[in-house]
Design a protein around this ligand. Sequence first.
Ligand code: CS2
Length: 505
Amino acid sequence: MTSAQLQHDTLSQLNASVARSSIESEDFGVGILHLGIGAFHRAHQAVYIQAALEACLGDWGIIGVSFRSPKIRDQLAYQDQYYSVITHSNKDQKASLISVLKDVLFAKENPTAVVQAIADPRIKVITLTITEKGYHQDPATGKLQVEDPEIIQDLNIENPAQTALGYIVRGLDERRRNCGKPITLLSCDNLPKNGHTLLRLIQDFCECAAPDLLPWIAKNVSCPCTMVDGIVPAATQKSLKQAEKLLGVRDEAAVTCEEFRQWVIEDDFATEHPDWKAAGVELVADVRPYEEMKLRLLNGCHSALAYLGYLGGYQTIAEVMSNHAYKAFAWRLICEEAGPSFALPNGYILEEQAELLISRFSNPGLAHRTGQICMDGSQKLPQRLLNSLYSQLERNRSMPCTLLAVAAWIMYVSGTDEQGNLIDVSDPLAEELATLHGEGNLNAEQIAQNFLSLETIFGPKATQPKNLADLLVSSLSELRSVGAKASVTKFTNRESMLSSERSTE
Ligand code: CS2
C-alpha cells in the first residue's frame, strides 16, 4: 500500500519520531525571498530560518523562486509548502518537518511576479543559491560577462529577465520607485568574496543598463559575504523511499543531508534580519578566512576526490573514501597542500579539520554522486584548486595531489573515461574543453599547453607559476598511463613510508 502524501491534512499521519516545529505558518508573515530554491537552500538556509523563528518569532517566512523548472513549485504547492529534511549522521537518520516556506514562484512562467517580490516592502533579505555559473562573471577579469547572450538580452531592461542578475536589477529599480526601502542580498554560493562579487556584478550590470540606479544601490543595498557549508546530495528514488519510511507519508520534496551545517555571515546588513545568533549562524567582521578554509579544504578536496573517484570507477564520494589510498590522498591534499596555502580562522586546527572532512566525506548515508560534484568544473577549479596551487608553487612547495586533481579534471572533460565509456560532461564550457583534447591524438604536452592557454580558468600565461606546465605534463602523463586508482595509490605508499619512517625515528 502506498502512503498518503505530505500535506496539511496528513500531518497527523506523520510518525511520532519526526521533529515538528513549535511554530505554524500562520504565526509569521513573509520577509525573505530566496532565488534558486534547490535542495541546498531547503536543507540549509531554510533550516536556520526555521530555528530563528522558533527562537524569536518575526515575519521571516520565505518565498522561493525556481529558475529551472516548475517541478519543485508544483510539488511544494501540492504539499501546502511542507517538506522534510532527512539528516544522516554517520550512525543514524532523523526526519524534521520544515514549515517556513510561504510560496514558490516559477520565474519563467511569471517573470513580473519575481520582479514584484524583489520590490515588495515586506521583503527585507534576499538569499541566493544560483550556482557559480549563475553569476555570469568572467573569471579572468572578475567583471560581468557582457558578451554572454543571456546577459545581452537582459541588459535591455524592456525584455523579460532571464538571469538572476537581470531579475535583481529590474526588481531593485522597481523597489526604488515603489517603496524605496533598503534591502540585504545574501549570496550563499561557493564563490570567493561572494557578497562583494555579487554587488560588483550588479553595479557592472547597472552601468550598462540602468546607471541612474547606482546611487540608490550605494545607499540602500548591502551584500554581505557568507560562507555556507553542508553536504546535500541530489534526491534519488532511493532517498525519497527512505524519507517515506521515516516520515510515514510520502514527501516528493524531501531533502537528504548530513548532520554538519555551518553558516558564517559578514555582519553588514542594510536591514533587520532574523535572529541569526539564536539559530546558530556566526556573524563576523570578516568572512574571508572561513571562506578560504571552506573553498580550499572542503570544496578543493571534494572536487579532487570527485574527478579522481569518477575516473577510478566510483559512483559516490563515500565509496571513494572506502579506498584507503584515496583517504590518504585526501589527508595529504588537505594537510600538506591546501592547508598551508592560507591562514585558518582563529581557533581552527588543520588536522582536526582534515579528520572532520574525511569523516563527513565517508558518511555512508549520503549517496553523493561523484558526477554531481564534477559538474561545472570550469567555474569551480580556480577557487577550489588553482589558488592554493599557484600560491604554493610560487613558494617552491610540492603539490602532487593538487596537480593530479587538475590533471583528472582535464581527463574528465575529454568526455571519455578510462574504459572508453562516454562521460556526460555538464559544464558551460563543455564543448570547448572537449576540443582541447584534439581527435584523441595529442600527447600530454600538447594537451597541457591547450588547457593552460585557457585564460578564463588558468589566468594569463604571465601569472602562471613558471614550472606549472612541466608539472602538469608529468601528472597528466602518469594519469594517462596508469589510470586514476594507481596514481592515487602512490600516496598510500608514501603514507605508509612516512609512518614507517616515523616509527623508526
Ligand atoms: C560540492 C558542494 O557539488 C559540489 O561542488 O563540492 O556542493 C559541497 O557539497 C558543499 O559546498 C558543502 O558545503
